[in-house]
Ligand binder design. Structure first.
Ligand SMILES: C[S@@+](CC[C@H](N)C(=O)[O-])C[C@H]1O[C@@H](n2cnc3c(N)ncnc32)[C@H](O)[C@@H]1O
Length: 354
């Protein structure tokens, strides 16, 4: 983590930037959280946040009272609260844990295969379908309001006012916020570029769809022979193979960055489906292709939303100013590095003791 310091100074506080992209709907997020994933960055954090990110949170938890009431805003499948449970267990604390999310979250169902988490998840109160800027939870009901990669998705002034309302006198606010120049945001840009190349430039899904329909119809050896000899089918096969090669090459290019994961998923899914096409019914192919299309769309929407929600220096100063305006004090902002890469902003503040 880099040096802790006051947010950028300025004569008049900057006003929060109007976020322009369309936010994901609660049902889009809800669909995402049905996956057996603890965080949104499964590839980086398969078990939960670790390293310097976990260190930041353990530092926050260590300074809380032994029976602190903690609410995690935009909790997803409860990653931070699981860290809090582990911390409490290790240090003899008895935290009371609540997680709020806009989506209809059901972490216990989504993570039912992760037996080690089952008991901890059962000890957490999850409140879905609830915007963090209007939780309806009791005023001054929490000793800590926490959030990771979530607070910045809500309107800043309203989110700040709600956080201040929820905090008991002397309570702590701790946030980990997407940083506009972080490795995750760079990866999101790269993923969006890969997706655009595969879908809009190479029309991979359209080529695959045409070939899948032909393969599905060729169910007998004679029909497959006829297909192999059909010049239009040959042209379509060549177009599909050219698109597959182009997407594969783009993903392997040195400047592909972290975006290659999307292309790998798409290529693997389509190749598997093409291999099975002759054994599937038409309706099954349409459904499987529909699932892949929806995954692609959801991925692009999620990455665009992440890029839009991420805060640059001006945004984080505006958010700090919104926290001050909401009556919180001692606002501290820092950059958080994880394994040598810039990963986030941290923002902490307190409600003055009553
Ligand atoms: C990137 S995920 C982070 C989830 C979790 N904190 C984590 O680190 O794994 C962003 C979460 O914010 C939630 N979200 C977005 N806007 C919200 C809002 N206005 N109020 C509450 N939750 C919101 C989404 O449903 C999603 O679960």
């Amino acid at each position: 983590m880099s040096g802790r310091g006051a947010p950028g100074a300025g004569a008049s506080p900057p006003s929060p930037r109007a976020k322009t992209a369309t936010r994901l709907t609660p049902s889009e997020w809800g669909r995402y959280w049905q996956r057996p994933t603890v965080t949104t960055f499964q590839a980086h954090f398969p078990d939960n946040y670790d390293g310097e990110i976990a260190d930041f949170w353990h530092g926050v938890f260590a300074r809380l009272p032994a029976a602190a009431r903690i609410v995690d805003l935009a909790t997803g499948n409860g990653a931070l609260l699981l860290l809090a449970r582990a911390h409490a267990r290790e240090h003899g604390q008895r935290f009371d844990l609540t997680g709020v999310d806009l989506a209809d979250i059901r972490p216990r169902d989504a993570l039912r295969g992760r037996l080690a988490l089952f008991e901890d998840l059962g000890a957490i109160r999850f409140v879905g379908r609830t915007p963090l800027e209007r939780t309806g939870l009791p005023p001054a009901g929490f000793d800590a309001v926490i959030s990771q990669y979530g607070f910045e998705y809500a309107p800043p002034d309203e989110a700040a006012a709600e956080a201040a309302r929820l905090l008991a006198p002397g309570g702590t606010l701790a946030l980990v916020i997407h940083h506009a120049e972080s490795a995750l945001v760079r990866q999101a840009h790269a993923g969006l570029e890969q997706a655009h190349h595969a879908l809009a430039s190479q029309h991979l899904l359209e080529h695959a769809g045409r070939m899948l329909r032909r393969l599905q119809r060729a169910r007998t050896p004679e029909a497959r022979q006829a297909l192999a000899a059909d010049p239009r089918a040959q042209a379509e096969r060549e177009a599909l193979n050219a698109a597959l090669r182009a997407v594969s090459a783009r993903a392997a290019a040195p400047d592909a960055g972290g975006g290659a994961g999307f292309a790998d998923f798409l290529l693997r899914s389509l190749r598997e489906l093409l291999e099975r096409a002759a054994t599937l019914r038409r309706a099954q192919i349409i459904e499987a292709l529909g699932v892949i299309e929806r995954e692609c769309r959801d991925y692009q929407r999620r990455m665009a939303d992440l890029v839009d929600a991420a805060c640059d220096r001006q945004d984080i100063d505006a958010l700090s100013a919104a926290l001050d305006a909401a009556g919180l004090t001692g606002t501290g902002c820092a950059e958080l590095h994880y394994r040598g890469a810039l990963m986030a902003w941290t923002l902490t503040a307190h409600r003055p003791p009553g």
